[in-house]
Design a protein around this ligand. Structure first.
Ligand code: NJP
Length: 243
């Protein structure tokens, strides 16, 4: 309640659902992504429901965009209590296809995007001696799946970076850190796959009942809604049918 929450990848899927959930619970949400139109539509929806939202067009691979998002947030709301590093890409492919441009994009968004976000909010959270950083890792940090060598590697990096952050920041500065590690969620993430062999392999998965973006939003709310003395380190959740 009454927290200021900056969410990346808020223009669709898990980020959008999380922004709606947290705004409904009383947070002021700062909506960040590249698709400004979608963010403005979401802001309208949130405000119609009585919530508070600010849109800042942000490419997470650009540190200057993040700095702008933080300064606009501080100007409007006076603080940043929570950063949700949610933006991510999953263009799966087999390594031997050498889709190196897609590898690079995943490293830039999934890993460097998270680092950029932390660098941008840390001075404020350190000064306040409080805050919560939520990083979107994945069940892919636990299990390799076909075509996922690079994607899984990026999500292992996010999980381990979260571990390091928590060890360094929680005791000293009272900043909580949580890694969210979901299995399959029904979002547009799968549409970014260009490899036909992978698309073929994923056909079976289409039949499976995936989790909804709202399910992940609920787990983020749970992690945020703990007393200060409790840090939820990891949330690892799977669709029942995925096992
Ligand atoms: O996917 P999708 P999800 N700068 O495609 C944004 C992880 N995850 O909600 O910039 C800023 O609906 C993009 O915005 P835009 C997954 O790895 C998912 O499923 O406007 N934002 C959009 O809002 C990811 O980390 C599943 O194009 C950038 C958002 O990212 C997170 O959940 C399972 C950007 C993607 O929304 C959210 O993905 C799992 C950039 N450069 C983990 N590039 C799953 N869905 O099954 C992209 O374990 N975005």
């Amino acid at each position: 309640k009454n927290k200021v929450v900056l969410i990346t990848g808020a223009s669709s899927g898990i980020g959008e659902a999380t922004a709606m959930k947290l705004a409904k619970e009383g947070a002021s949400v700062v909506l960040c992504a590249r698709s400004e139109d979608k963010l403005n539509q979401l802001k309208d929806k949130i405000e119609k429901d009585g919530g508070k939202a600010l849109v800042v067009k942000t490419d997470v691979t650009k540190p200057a965009d993040f700095e702008k998002a933080v300064s606009q947030t501080l100007k409007k709301y006076g603080s940043i209590d929570v950063l949700i590093n949610n933006a991510g890409l999953m263009p799966l492919s087999f390594v031997e296809k050498l889709k190196t441009d897609e590898w690079e994009k995943m490293v830039d968004v999934n890993i460097k995007g998270v680092l950029n976000g932390v660098a941008a909010v840390l001075p404020t959270m350190r000064k306040n001696k409080s805050g919560h950083i939520i990083n979107m890792s994945s069940s892919a940090a636990h299990n390799y799946f076909p075509g996922g060598a690079v994607y899984c590697a990026t999500k292992v990096a996010v999980k381990m970076f979260s571990e390091g952050l928590r060890k360094e920041l929680s005791p000293q500065y009272g900043i909580n850190v949580t890694s969210i590690e979901p299995g399959a969620v029904d979002t547009s993430l799968f549409e970014g796959i260009t490899d036909d062999d992978i698309k073929e392999k994923l056909k079976g998965m289409k039949e499976m009942t995936k989790m909804e973006a709202e399910d992940i939003a609920n787990s983020i709310f749970y992690a945020l809604n703990q007393p200060d003395r409790v840090n939820i380190n990891d949330v690892y959740l799977m669709p029942t049918e995925q096992g």
